[in-house]
Ligand binder design. Structure first.
Ligand SMILES: Cc1cc2nc3c(=O)[nH]c(=O)nc-3n(C[C@H](O)[C@H](O)[C@H](O)COP(=O)(O)OP(=O)(O)OC[C@H]3O[C@@H](n4cnc5c(N)ncnc54)[C@H](O)[C@@H]3O)c2cc1C
Length: 268
């Protein structure tokens, strides 16, 4: 249906790119803002050749679960998410290298936990494929038990990972020059080079990295990403319900039966 069809109305949120004056100050908002819109269809004409399902609730539901579409759609979302996690942990590690804290045992403990969580998501991604099955038409159905378990924990673990990066960063993401223009004046540029450097990074290099970190974590763009990872696939309890329905309860309870059958009141 064309977006200008009578009755179609789009309500986009405010674009973040409008405030993002240049790529140095807002490297992500200025280039990668993905508009979200609320769409109203008010008595819109939809030609029959564009209608796939009509008043058939069962087919509407089964298109997602009797085909691999729900699993494949969410699997690609995990491919995206794992790439983003690698980028985020890379940013944190680069900061530690620049500050010189990379060898600090306390920092290594936090980064070790972060690396463990990122590795869990990387290996879960492999598990969706290796535990999945190929049907008689040669189509891969990712394993939904492993897929939904990664998704079910995402809203909690994503926030925890970002919290760790914020803890490592401290106030440094805030105490920054307001814009690229501060590098144009020799006086302010001199201050930045002299006072805003890190042991292993000059002022401009440090400011550049911290502005990228802020845009990834703290700006409107970064904050929208946090909300996105919590809710893009629907509310977390709905995903936990999917995991509940796909988990192999029989295998777990078979172990309990085996144990229960191994003793009784007369057992020594
Ligand atoms: C940034 C972002 C981008 C997204 N992009 C897409 C996309 O491109 N495509 C897509 O399909 N989906 C997308 N999603 C997911 C999609 O927006 C949600 O799945 C969908 O909006 C859920 O609708 P809902 O009405 O079930 O819940 P919500 O829109 O979350 O509404 C729930 C409402 O219930 C209220 N509420 C909560 N608790 C209570 C209570 N105890 N009593 C009364 N009210 C309560 C809340 O305040 C809220 O108003 C995105 C989500 C986010 C966050």
């Amino acid at each position: 249906v064309p977006v200008n069809a009578p009755g179609v109305r789009l309500y986009p949120r405010r674009p973040f790119a409008l405030q993002a004056t240049n790529a140095f100050d807002y490297p992500l908002s200025s280039r990668f803002d993905e508009s979200d819109s609320y769409v109203v269809f008010d008595n819109v004409f939809v030609p029959w050749e564009r209608v796939f399902i009509y008043r058939n609730i069962q087919l509407s539901r089964e298109q997602w679960f009797k085909t691999p579409s729900h699993a494949l759609g969410n699997h690609q979302a995990q491919v995206r998410y794992v790439t983003k996690l690698r980028f985020m942990i890379g940013l944190a590690q680069r900061m530690n290298e620049m500050t010189g804290n990379v060898g600090n045992p306390a920092v290594q403990t936090l980064m070790g936990e972060l690396a463990a969580l990122v590795s869990v998501y990387e290996t879960m991604l492999l598990a969706h494929e290796t535990v999945g099955r190929i049907d008689d038409k040669g189509v891969l159905w990712p394993s939904v038990t492993t897929l939904y378990s990664a998704m079910a924990l995402q809203s909690e673990l994503n926030g925890r990972m970002l919290e760790t990066i914020r803890e490592l960063t401290g106030s440094a993401m805030i105490t920054l020059p307001s814009s690229l223009k501060d590098f144009e004046n020799p006086e302010t540029a001199g201050d930045i080079e002299r006072y805003m450097r890190w042991p292993r990074a000059g002022g401009r290099e440090r400011v550049k990295l911290l502005k990228l970190l802020w845009d990834a974590l703290g700006s409107e763009f970064g904050s929208r990403h946090l909300q996105y990872e919590m809710f893009y696939a629907g509310e977390p309890s709905a995903i936990q319900g999917r995991e509940f329905r796909s988990f192999d309860w029989a295998a777990a309870e078979a172990l309990v039966d085996h144990c229960l059958a191994g003793y009784d009141a007369n057992s020594p």
